[in-house]
Design a protein around this ligand. Structure first.
Ligand code: F6R
Length: 614
């Protein structure tokens, strides 16, 4: 949570910072701020969005300076107001910091600093850190780089920071532990970002800092990378980024979320590229090939994740158990890490994460690693912390996902998990050859099938209009559709603030049925195959209680068409592929309801894209 951006070079820093903040706004949007240096140090900050910050820069003179820092905040310590916004200055006004993360021992540090005469304007841990750095710099008479390193050795918590010192205005010191930090290398200029999106159009050369690393970036001396605890100098590894700028722009769509929904045929094509080349060729996932013996001998597979990625994990359990015949468990990372789970060397842990930075998932990985489990990660963001912490794994290659509500990343996760399960099942001989061939043929057409589903966009919009005043929704699904019902409900509540619950359809009669009356919209996923007739019975039970039924059905299903109040068709397909398709109308339904309610679809209240706090 929180986005940080920085620049030092010959360009006008303001333009880079404000654009960078817009791109990083998905990480938090409670407040934002910018520091510029132009002989004088100036800081402007405000509660609210980056667009509110821009209003403060009407005067061109205020935009001057070739070095600066910017921050967009997801509030942790203290309310989202101007005082708690970043950047924060030290007491002398010499040092300026931007920070993403949490300093857990900030209270103890603040007490020590108060005794030494420091005072604090904000409630934030970040203001404590910048003053702690200042205290070390002054008392030990050291330069900024050393002061930052000594301070961080005393700090407990997580951080991605950038610090500027007015007395040496051609340098920025950055450091990372837990929260992400990328540095873009241009011609005699440097960019800093929580991810590379602020500098993609300027340079493709990027250094991702690892935990316990700091970079002293100087226009005079270049970039020096150091290990914080051992104080050794490291060789920076410069990556050549493959991202392009279109990925982080809206491309004519009203919202990133809508763009990302419509990008799904392409995203899934990218997920399958080089892996599912043709139905007649073996699936090729190199990390599965290499770790096949581990999978074969594993006693148990445990998926760990949070939120939408947890729903992908749940579907993963259904796919893996069906096709591999191995015991599978699904865990919320936040519960798993604080329990005392029984894990051993014959367990494979599969963390799933879009961002690759989710703090709870990362902590669970570290705990499982210590206990000897083999970690196979599924991540979207290349080079992310989770990708680096796991033993091996696979990228979803969904492309940048900016909308806070996950859509294409989820679709790519579940498509990839099905592909993995088919690959493993085939290698382990736990799937019937004819069935394998049938599914793989359909799966290779998945992008076209998704394209067909997307053509129902307008119909979904019409249905959505009817429900903008509904305070509650139920989502029901059986078998492979149960995780999709959960995901559909999550999508609706997070962007439209309508209360929604997902249930296994058969559980309805054990309680939720009491909620059903004519004011309760019930979304039921009822595609042919699987438990179709049983779901039809559930629909009849809802109808008998006057619930308003929105059914997701297979193309040409006349039976449900005649019962449901609204129906949306998806192509008839194998029951393992159907949940991937069924999830798409639910994304569209949530989107259109939220959009019609005038909600901030891309930046729902209280949320942030990458949850780097516990
Ligand atoms: C919901 C959503 C969140 C994330 C969750 C995990 O739309 O995006 O529930 O799925 O915060 O994030 P990742 O996948 O980045 O670990």
């Amino acid at each position: 949570m929180c986005g940080i951006v920085g620049y030092l070079g010959n360009k006008k820093a303001y333009n880079i910072l404000i654009n960078g903040l817009r791109r990083l706004e998905y990480r938090g949007y409670d407040s934002s701020g910018i520091m510029l240096y132009n002989g004088e140090l100036s800081v402007k900050k405000t509660k609210g969005k980056v667009s509110d910050l821009e209003v403060l820069y009407k005067n061109e003179n205020d935009k001057r300076g070739n070095i600066g820092l910017g921050h967009t905040r997801w509030a942790t310590h203290g309310p989202p107001n101007k005082i708690n916004s970043h950047p924060h200055l030290s007491n002398s006004g010499e040092l300026c910091i931007i920070h993403n993360g949490i300093i857990e021992n900030y209270d103890a540090l603040r007490t020590v600093l108060k005794r030494k005469g420091y005072d604090f304007k904000s409630d934030t841990d970040s203001e404590v850190l910048v003053n702690f750095i200042e205290e070390i710099k002054k008392s030990k008479k050291v330069k900024l780089g050393k002061a930052v390193r000594l301070a961080l050795k005393e700090v407990v918590g997580a951080y991605a920071i950038a610090v500027f010192d007015k007395s040496n205005p051609s340098e920025i010191v950055t450091a990372k532990l837990g929260s992400p930090l990328a540095i873009g290398i241009g011609e005699s200029e440097y960019y800093i970002g929580s991810d590379p999106s602020p500098f993609l159009e300027f340079t493709k050369k990027c250094i991702y800092l690892n935990d316990y690393e700091m970079a002293i970036i100087s226009l005079k001396k270049g970039l020096i990378l150091r290990e914080i605890t051992k104080d050794t100098i490291l060789d920076p590894f410069i990556e050549n980024l493959k991202h392009n700028i279109e990925e982080v722009e809206k491309g004519g769509y009203k919202h990133f979320m809508l763009k990302e929904i419509y990008e799904q045929p392409q995203s899934v094509t990218d997920t399958f590229r080089g892996r599912l080349i043709s139905p007649s060729l073996p699936i090729k996932i190199s990390s599965i090939e290499k770790s096949f013996e581990k999978f074969k001998s594993a006693n148990r597979i445990i998926f760990i994740s949070c939120g939408t990625s947890w729903h992908a994990s749940l579907l993963g359990e259904y796919f893996f158990e069906e096709l591999l015949r191995k015991p599978v468990e699904v865990e919320y990372a936040s519960e798993f890490r604080y329990r005392n789970p029984v894990i051993n060397e014959n367990d494979i842990i599969i963390p799933i994460s879009q961002s690759g930075e989710t703090a709870d998932t990362l902590a669970a990985i570290k705990m499982a690693k210590k206990r000897g489990a083999f970690l196979y990660g599924i991540c979207n963001v290349v080079g992310s912390s989770i990708a680096r912490e796991t033993d091996t794994g696979v990228y979803t290659h969904a492309g940048s996902e900016i909308g806070v509500a996950s859509t294409k990343a989820f679709t790519c996760q579940i498509s990839l998990i099905l592909l993995m399960a088919l690959d493993l099942g085939k290698r382990m001989n736990t799937i019937d050859e004819n069935r394998y061939q049938r599914i793989i043929k359909e799966l290779s057409k998945l992008p076209e099938l998704i394209e067909r589903v997307l053509s129902i966009g307008e119909k979904t919009e019409r249905i959505a209009k009817k429900f903008i005043k509904s305070p509650n929704f139920l989502y029901l699904g059986r078998g492979y559709h149960f995780p999709i019902a959960l995901e559909g409900a999550l999508k609706l509540k997070e962007i439209s603030y309508i209360h929604a619950e997902g249930y296994p359809a058969a559980e309805m009669k054990h309680g939720p049925i009491a909620l059903i009356d004519k004011n309760m919209p019930v979304v039921v996923i009822a595609t042919k195959k699987g438990n179709y007739q049983k779901v039809v019975s559930n629909i009849m039970e809802i109808k008998a209680r006057e619930g308003e039924i929105i059914a997701i059905v297979s193309e040409g299903d006349k039976e449900i068409e005649s019962i449901a109040n609204h129906f949306i068709e998806i192509p008839e397909c194998d029951e393992l592929i159907a949940p991937i398709l069924a999830n798409i109308p639910l994304q569209l339904l949530s989107y259109h309801i939220a959009e019609k309610k005038d909600c901030n679809v891309d930046q729902p209240r209280n949320l942030a894209k990458s949850v780097t706090v516990e």
